[in-house]
Design a protein around this ligand. Structure first.
Ligand SMILES: NC(=O)c1ccc[n+]([C@@H]2O[C@H](COP(=O)([O-])OP(=O)(O)OC[C@H]3O[C@@H](n4cnc5c(N)ncnc54)[C@H](OP(=O)(O)O)[C@@H]3O)[C@@H](O)[C@H]2O)c1
Length: 233
């Protein structure tokens, strides 16, 4: 059987790093993708030392040239992509009021969380279609319309937009056998989640890895949380 290939954006640290570890542990050749070549080299080296098949890949989701170069590298090496995990994300308006946040901050948030995710998914879709793979968009319950409250306007609206992108692309890719789902990993102890978060990166990675490894009968166009529970949009 041919080796399955996975790519996780923003995986030099945090939840993405653990997703790479778990996918490689399941036998995937996992691309550890990030914007800083020194950081991804060091992170991939740590997983390689555990005996895992991990490849560092430079990929800044905000730079079209970087995304296309990464796509070309994966295509030349494998000609397929079985799992794309859009994990790269920023939180730039922590605790800030929506009435005060600078529009530039909202724009910078969308550059990574929304436009970056869309750009990467569009670039890799042909490789996913070849093997009827899975796309996982790492979202957040902060993007739920039903539970929205004050503050975090940039982050909340970026994840709400990501959820809509998930629905649209799931409908478009369904006829091609590709599943597209959104996931909330839980409140996880990372640089973004902070030291008070109750969940570990290992726990946060679990529902993501479940969605990245779905078979042909798996769900598509869904939003899931810890324990693989379906969530409201
Ligand atoms: N932690 C939580 O409680 C929580 C809860 C719900 C959802 N999430 C979501 O989970 C995902 C991972 O978050 P995390 O907690 O692991 O955060 P994190 O530790 O801050 O890691 C974020 C990752 O995204 C990368 N990144 C940022 N901008 C990028 C760009 N332009 N191109 C490529 N990579 C970029 C960062 O790379 P650098 O090292 O180069 O900055 C880093 O690897 C995010 O989408 C986040 O919104 C997290």
């Amino acid at each position: 059987m041919e080796t399955k290939v996975a790519l996780v954006t923003g995986s030099n640290r945090g939840i993405g790093f653990e997703v790479v570890r778990q996918l490689a542990g399941r036998g995937y050749l996992a691309y550890l993708a990030g914007r800083d070549s020194a950081a991804i080299g060091e992170a991939a080296g740590r997983l390689g030392a555990e005996g895992l098949a991990v490849e560092p890949l430079v990929l800044d989701v905000t730079r079209p040239g970087s995304v296309m170069a990464a796509r070309s590298a994966v295509e030349a090496a494998h000609g397929r992509l079985d799992a794309l995990v859009n994990n790269a994300g920023v939180l730039l308006d922590e605790g800030m009021a929506g009435l005060e946040v600078q529009v530039e901050t909202v724009h910078a948030t969308f550059e990574v969380n929304v436009y970056g995710t869309l750009r990467v998914t569009q670039a890799f879709a042909p490789l996913l279609v070849r093997v009827r793979g899975n796309v996982v968009n790492v979202s957040s319950i902060m993007g739920q319309l039903a539970s929205a409250g004050p503050r975090y306007l940039a982050y909340r609206s970026s994840k709400a937009a990501l959820n809509m992108i998930t629905r649209v692309l799931a409908a478009e890719l369904k006829p091609h056998g590709v599943r597209v789902n959104a996931v909330h990993p839980g409140w996880i102890r990372t640089r973004m989640g902070g030291p008070a978060a109750p969940g570990t990166p290992e726990e946060g990675a679990e529902p993501i890895v479940w969605l990245a490894t779905l078979g042909p009968d798996g769900p598509t166009g869904g939003f899931f949380g810890p324990g693989n529970r379906p969530l409201d949009w």
